[in-house]
Design a protein around this ligand. Structure first.
Ligand SMILES: NC(=O)c1ccc[n+]([C@@H]2O[C@H](COP(=O)([O-])OP(=O)(O)OC[C@H]3O[C@@H](n4cnc5c(N)ncnc54)[C@H](O)[C@@H]3O)[C@@H](O)[C@H]2O)c1
Length: 249
């Protein structure tokens, strides 16, 4: 069964990690995917690796560049012949002790994680069909659970979560579903970045946090995104879909 036969998907953050794994999964299930990211090289790797009955086209864009986002979404709709599902995965992370929190970092995190997501939602809504359209936005475990040195990132992901819940309420009149997804710790470039853990911090905290099911593979998040975006989840909207291996226990 190819749940995504004939389904047109616009997906950000497609050049790496969870976004790439989701492109792979959706193409394998039959979707036509417009994969966007700021990394041209990463997008080329994603496109080369995706196999299945579906297909993938790529567009390079910075999700914070409003005119470029407007153009990209319009082009994606023209190329695919519409947009049925929007998946916002693009995101950045930076850990900073509160004593050295820089305003520039706070703004950068909110710009990419929240503003980029909001812009893609606004523009894609010009194309998403009433009754069946779906938006999946990537929040985080950090939105609802305190993590040391992640105040700014957590706040930006909390913003993505609350933005998505209100958007779901607003769009229920159009029967367009909005599902924020909140992964726990996933093994990607984002978590392998040395900046993730500043020197001298209590790594034991993170060990305890991720203990129940350990760290996820990106495919374990992609499969849940694929479910949430499909008609199998037709009655699901406005719910924070936590995929965190038991981190909230
Ligand atoms: N890895 C985790 O543990 C984890 C946990 C919870 C939530 N998340 C969220 O999942 C999403 C994907 O993260 P990942 O772990 O796959 O990280 P990743 O670094 O592997 O992928 C992030 C992608 O976003 C792209 N990107 C960053 N800034 C961009 C911009 N301005 N414009 C366009 N593209 C941009 C990057 O180029 C990259 O391809 C992020 O939103 C992240 O915050 C990750």
């Amino acid at each position: 069964m190819n749940r995504y036969d004939g389904v047109k998907v616009l997906l950000t953050g497609a050049a790496s990690g969870i976004g790439r794994a989701t492109v792979n999964r959706l193409v394998a299930e039959g979707a036509a995917v417009c994969a966007v990211d700021i990394s041209e090289a990463g997008l080329a790797e994603t496109a080369a690796g995706a196999t299945g009955p579906g297909k993938v086209v790529t567009r390079v864009v910075d999700v914070t560049d409003e005119p470029a986002v407007i153009e990209t979404v319009a082009e994606a709709a023209a190329t695919l012949g519409g947009i049925d599902v929007l998946v916002n995965v693009a995101g950045v992370h930076k850990t900073t002790p509160i004593e050295t929190l820089a305003v520039a970092d706070l703004i950068m995190l909110f710009n990419v994680n929240l503003v980029g997501t909001a812009l893609f939602c606004r523009e894609a809504l010009k194309h998403l069909p009433d009754g069946t359209g779906v938006i999946i936005n990537t929040s985080s475990l950090s939105a609802t659970q305190g993590n040391p040195y992640m105040t700014a990132y957590s706040a930006s992901k909390g913003a993505v979560l609350s933005f998505s819940l209100s958007l779901a309420a607003e769009l229920s009149a159009r029967r367009i579903r909005v599902v924020p997804i909140s992964p726990g710790s996933v093994d990607t470039a984002l978590t392998r970045n040395a900046d993730m853990f500043p020197e001298g911090i209590d790594l034991g905290y993170y060990g305890r946090l991720f203990a129940p099911f350990g760290i996820a593979e990106p495919e374990q998040i992609a499969s849940v995104i694929a479910f949430a975006g499909s008609s199998d989840a037709a009655y699901m909207t406005g719910v924070n879909l936590r995929v965190d291996g038991g981190s909230h226990q």
